[in-house]
Design a protein around this ligand. Structure first.
Ligand SMILES: Nc1ncnc2c1ncn2[C@@H]1O[C@H](COP(=O)(O)OP(=O)(O)OP(=O)(O)O)[C@@H](O)[C@H]1O
Length: 268
């Protein structure tokens, strides 16, 4: 069952609130009127208001060029908003479609890299990296280098490396977009399991509405040129969800219809 929630603009100053009004819920990410105009003149985002609760899994879908990547870059502080405010708990970890592993390092050393940069002692970081690899079912390929691994395995190493940062918030920009359906399905299970066990907050960008419905507590539909929140969908299908579940299919159809309308509105 899904229920469509219209996007609400918050009256209160969101940057002085640690809880959502009436819910008592702690917020991991709060955006207020985030607008981004690139130097070229492109208005990529226009007044995005967003609250993501701690432990929530939010997926963003929208037409190509609606500003999804821009939004994650701003939340991760890789880029700055032109106006508006951003408040994030801790330092988020960002994971892209391209895994960008260091080719000369073993899988284990790739996963250990963020801890090395953070000054974690060698013995401890290698032990933790090994446990992280095991958590994505790659405990037995620790010594292999990226070129010896399949695309799906490399993306799992990248996921383990992202988790090694211990960031409370994960920002994922189409992380599984290049993978075959079967591998993607496995990675969904693994991501869902670490999300739940660690109580992570995940903001996940995808072109794939079905993937969004499979993973998200809430799906946010963005419009393009400029990017605005069009609608939000609370997905309350019980977990674990399967693509074959009729309720997943229904929610996917509902959101896809809205996305089509958005795309048609812009003539893309
Ligand atoms: N560095 C930049 N300079 C100028 N314009 C940019 C820059 N980065 C993105 N844009 C423009 O801003 C808009 C939003 O881009 P963005 O990459 O955030 O969209 P997206 O939704 O992630 O796209 P896609 O789904 O195709 O990956 C687009 O019109 C894009 O051309």
């Amino acid at each position: 069952m899904t229920a469509a929630l219209e996007h609400q603009v918050h009256d209160e100053d969101p940057f002085h609130l640690s809880t959502a009004p009436g819910t008592g819920q702690q917020q991991a990410v709060v955006l207020g009127g985030v607008t981004k105009r690139y130097a070229t003149g492109t208005l990529a985002l226009d007044g995005i208001d967003l609250r993501v609760a701690r432990g929530e899994f939010v997926c963003f879908v929208g037409a190509s060029g609606c500003g999804k990547s821009t939004l994650l870059n701003i939340i991760s502080n890789l880029d700055q908003a032109t106006s508006g405010s951003v408040s994030v708990v801790g330092h988020p970890a960002l994971m892209f479609q391209e895994h960008a592993l260091m080719p000369w390092l073993s899988a284990l050393d790739n996963v250990a890299l963020p801890m090395r940069l953070a000054g974690v002692p060698k013995g401890e970081r290698l032990e933790r990296a090994q446990a992280l690899l095991a958590s994505v079912h790659l405990g037995d390929i620790a010594d292999k280098r990226p070129h010896e691994l399949s695309g799906g395995m490399r993306q799992r190493v990248a996921l383990a490396r992202t988790l090694a940062t211990e960031a409370p918030v994960l920002l994922m920009d189409e992380p599984f977009g290049a993978l075959d359906a079967m591998t993607r399905d496995l990675l969904h299970d693994e991501l869902e399991s670490v999300w739940r066990s660690r109580g992570l907050t995940v903001l996940f960008v995808t072109h794939n509405v079905r993937e969004a419905v499979r993973l998200a507590d809430r799906v946010i539909l963005l419009s393009s040129r400029p990017g605005r929140v069009v609608q939000e969908y609370r997905i309350d299908v019980p977990r674990p969800r399967r693509f074959e579940d009729p309720t997943v299919g229904q929610a996917t159809a509902q959101i896809t219809a809205a996305l089509r309308k958005e795309v048609a509105r812009h003539g893309d």
